[in-house]
Ligand binder design. Sequence first.
Ligand SMILES: Cc1cc2nc3c(=O)[nH]c(=O)nc-3n(C[C@H](O)[C@H](O)[C@H](O)COP(=O)(O)OP(=O)(O)OC[C@H]3O[C@@H](n4cnc5c(N)ncnc54)[C@H](O)[C@@H]3O)c2cc1C
Length: 439
Amino acid sequence: MRQILWFRRDLRIHDSGILAEAKDEVLPIFIFDSNILNALSADDKRVTFLFEAVRELRSQLRLLGLDLAIFYGDPIEIFSRFKEEGFDEVVASVDFDAYAKERDAKVENLLTFKRVYDCFLLHPEDVLKVDNTPYKVFTPFYKTAIVGFEDTVMLKSPAQNLKLIPWETEDITLEKMGFTAQKLPELLRQSVREKLVLFKSKVFSYDNERDYFYKEAGSDLGMYFRFGLISVKELFSIMIAWRKEGLEVETFIRQLFWREFYNYILYHFPESEIENFDGSDIPWSNDSVLFEKWCEGKTGVPIIDAAMIHLKNTGKMHNRLRMITASFLTKNLLIDWRWGEKHFAKYLLDYEASSNIGSWQWAAGTGADAAPYFRIFNPYLQSKKFDSEGLFIKSILPKIREVDAKLFHMENGLSQSIVDIKASRKLAIAVFKRAKDAA
Ligand SMILES: Cc1cc2nc3c(=O)[nH]c(=O)nc-3n(C[C@H](O)[C@H](O)[C@H](O)COP(=O)(O)OP(=O)(O)OC[C@H]3O[C@@H](n4cnc5c(N)ncnc54)[C@H](O)[C@@H]3O)c2cc1C
């Protein structure tokens, strides 16, 4: 047996499904996929992060007596060559967004394709209602999924006695792929293990503090899941160990299952990647000037502007700020969630197609288990509630550091908003109600 072990978004050797499935003679590879990379800008921080993670994976594989052949190009062309070289099969861990599915199907036309499922805790087929149809609401999905789940979690070890197939590749650099190396923020220079130590010291306050966006109460692990630097099953088993030590981890575990839920929804309802999940047809106003102002953080609403500027500068945005900015775009500005989804996809360091699409549809009120259409965040009340001193806003907009924070929480207090909050809320409710009733 001559196998290609194709690492994609599972850049680790601990609890690695493909290393566990490996057999006989193997060639571990990573492909910098030009179809994906060509759409990104030269200064995309995620590519620097990925590049370093791939090099780290190569070092780890070398410790196992293996190696990593690194390619840049179109996977289909690269696999055509592997076919000619007489490989028997490819082993890869899969996910379910449209591009990945299409690409894998093409590779499968060339070589036997063995799929492993370890980018997520669950395979979406494993949790169904009694009538064998998928859940569409989170809580019953979660209640079914979590029962007995911890007893099923087994971490995998790499197969033994593997023989590396030698392979010459040219030296790939960021520059050769058209990117410039970026200085990564501190949060991305920490190892997974360092992150876990930090998170353990504050997990006790996660439940109470995770909504306060000026506090750093989250784990900040999103990017590490995105590229599989830690397996989500390993993280889950660490949470169970922490629970045994008396730490409160239930809220965090529940959040991990939101990631599962959105992957599950995308798997069972792939059309929701581009269509409203609930089948409604919202007459968006799609004003491109207003959209540009939202993207650039020029709406005149301090909390929205600070969040959007922060996203553009750093690739970071706190969960609650994602909810507030998405509500503002889809409800107050009546702009299609797909526009916002695309913008987030361009900038979010932890961009994950299923979570981003699912959350945007949630915010727009069109998705699975979505916020009701009439639930529209008032951005001023949100900033008052979750950042009353304006600490986050002041940290992003230093020019207003001396301003009384009360003004941030008053409509037109600091600057003129591009939209009247009350009137736009009323209009959105009427528009959404009509569309929902007609669906
Ligand atoms: C409009 C919008 C877009 C979003 N886009 C993304 C995205 O592209 N990628 C992404 O990973 N998350 C997305 N989220 C969910 C959430 O905002 C991030 O997962 C979270 O902010 C990441 O920070 P953290 O790692 O500190 O999370 P923590 O609070 O520490 O949670 C741990 C992990 O659980 C998962 N998780 C937590 N909350 C959610 C949630 N509501 N939905 C799905 N998974 C969750 C994530 O994998 C996260 O890393 C989005 C939310 C909204 C409202």
